[in-house]
Design a protein around this ligand. Structure first.
Ligand SMILES: C[S@@+](CC[C@H](N)C(=O)[O-])C[C@H]1O[C@@H](n2cnc3c(N)ncnc32)[C@H](O)[C@@H]1O
Length: 472
């Protein structure tokens, strides 16, 4: 044993309990639910916020911050993953998912918000102490301090490949989209760098809340009385709430006379309703109606013309939502739960048919922040036969001289023109009609005859619409 006198030990720091920050704990819980249970952020967040709001010290500003932290972290996950990967000494797949969620949450505060650096780091480390324990909180602290050494632009220069070397990978990292999604959007959009960059940026913006005043049931004038409400850009029935808010608290919305509906979705229903048909115009069909946004608008428009709407939806619980959306419709309608590929109605029964088919949803990435990471290119193969089957029965369901609207909330060419092109080959008596004049005043609709809306051009979801008339 050494006879050296022992150096006096530093007195141990007294243990300090981690500080519980309800906003960040809630944001972490939401991110875990999205990751672990494949939950949708827009479904998981509201009940968490409601529960927190029951607590007196969780106010509207806390709710707004929690929402921003969850949505922002999920949207920018691709960028933050690349930054975090540059700051840890192991592949990201070896970092525990809860730790990665905390790191991304911290990265978002540091690189994507105006939260001061020291507050972002210390609040995230405290969160890590609460949800991960003190040991892993030290790791989080070390990584966040590295991230805090640069701003977002600085990090992007370091972690994104140069545009000239690999344009798609560059855009994927800078604008936080999977590479295959960048590639698919670019194929559909065409053009050079500016357009695709604007589109990818728009996908990362929070969309405005848009309302529809269902004709005959509510007026835009009534909705324009709401705070920060302005008229829609394109649809005569649309009102935009520029500061968001709680649409459910608006009387007309609570009573079902108005609803929340993107303008792109309104335009699809309007274009189909206004497409010229030859002969009678009495029977309308929405063949994929759930949850009922377009059906409610079509139902109100049909009522004005003395037409009847049949709204059909395969999933019984979604058919229930359609029934709720249509309740109080001023004209006759019926809701059925039916498989649109094996319909119970006779061929040729309808004058107008809408099929707003299930799709990848790549046109609504603004609303579903996690969707881009969950979707896989293989999903397209799963949707392809269903989309063709639904369009086939839609074309069989319409009478000669009637019109079918084929719509998707995805601009992916495999879900839009490829489906329509295939079906037109099978129905020699079906022809595309120019949809552009049926969206009056809407600019930049391309060369037609089908139309593709874009978030960065029209401020809508990227809805696609082809109008097809049976001539035989
Ligand atoms: C894109 S959503 C329709 C959105 C709806 N048009 C609206 O505006 O609210 C597609 C719907 O088609 C339904 N669906 C899926 N397969 C179907 C089938 N074989 N027949 C009928 N509906 C189907 C889905 O359950 C989903 O509700």
């Amino acid at each position: 044993m050494s006879d050296q006198p022992r150096r006096p030990r530093k007195p141990a720091k007294p243990y300090r309990r981690p500080q519980k920050d309800p906003v960040r704990i809630l944001a972490f819980e939401a991110l875990r639910a999205v990751d672990e249970r494949d939950a949708y952020a827009n479904l998981v967040l509201p009940p968490l916020l409601r529960k927190a709001r029951e607590n007196d010290d969780f106010d509207a500003r806390d709710a707004a911050l929690a929402t921003e932290l969850v949505y922002g972290t999920l949207r920018r996950q691709g960028t933050y993953d690349a930054v975090v990967a540059a700051c840890v000494d192991r592949p990201l797949r070896e970092v525990d998912p809860p730790v990665l969620d905390v790191l991304n949450l911290g990265a978002h505060q540091l690189l994507g918000t105006r939260i001061p650096t020291h507050a972002a780091v210390s609040a995230t480390v405290e969160l890590a102490r609460v949800v991960l324990g003190d040991g892993r909180a030290k790791f989080v602290n070390a990584v966040l301090r590295k991230i805090a050494q640069d701003d977002l632009d600085g990090w992007l220069e370091r972690v994104a490949p140069a545009y000239d070397e690999d344009p798609e990978d560059h855009l994927a990292v800078v604008h936080s989209h999977p590479r295959w999604v960048v590639s698919a959007l670019w194929d559909s959009l065409g053009g050079g760098r500016t357009g695709i960059e604007e589109l990818l940026k728009a996908d990362n913006d929070r969309p405005e809340v848009t309302l529809v005043a269902r004709p005959g049931r509510a007026t835009t004038t009534e909705l324009l009385d709401e705070e920060a409400a302005v008229p829609g850009r394109w649809s005569p029935y649309a009102v935009r709430l520029t500061e968001g808010g709680e649409p459910g608290a608006i009387t007309a919305v609570a009573e079902g006379r108005a609803g929340v509906q993107d303008e792109g979705s309104q335009l699809v229903a309007l274009a189909l309703a206004n497409a010229p048909v030859e002969g009678p115009d009495r029977m309308w069909l929405d063949g994929c109606a759930g949850p009922g946004g377009k059906a409610a608008l079509l139902g109100a428009l049909a009522a004005e013309r003395g037409a009847v709407l049949l709204a059909s939806e395969k999933q019984p619980h979604r058919a229930g939502l359609v029934a709720k959306a249509l309740a109080g419709n001023p004209g006759p309608y019926q809701v059925v739960a039916a498989d649109g590929t094996r319909p119970p109605w006779r061929p040729g029964s309808f004058d107008r048919v809408l099929v707003d088919v299930p799709c990848t949803g790549l046109g609504a990435l603004r609303r579903r922040p996690e969707a881009r990471w969950r979707r896989r290119p293989e999903d397209l193969d799963g949707f392809a036969p269903l989309q063709r089957g639904l369009l086939r029965t839609a074309l069989e369901s319409v009478r000669a001289g009637g019109v079918v609207g084929y719509a998707t909330c995805s601009p992916h060419l495999a879900e839009t023109r490829a489906v329509v092109g295939d079906l037109l080959k099978q129905f020699p008596d079906a022809e595309l009609i120019d949809a552009r004049p049926l969206l009056p005043g809407v600019p930049d609709l391309g060369e037609g005859p089908d139309v593709q809306l874009w978030p960065h051009v029209h401020g809508t979801d990227a809805m696609y619409l082809a109008l097809i008339r049976r001539t035989g």
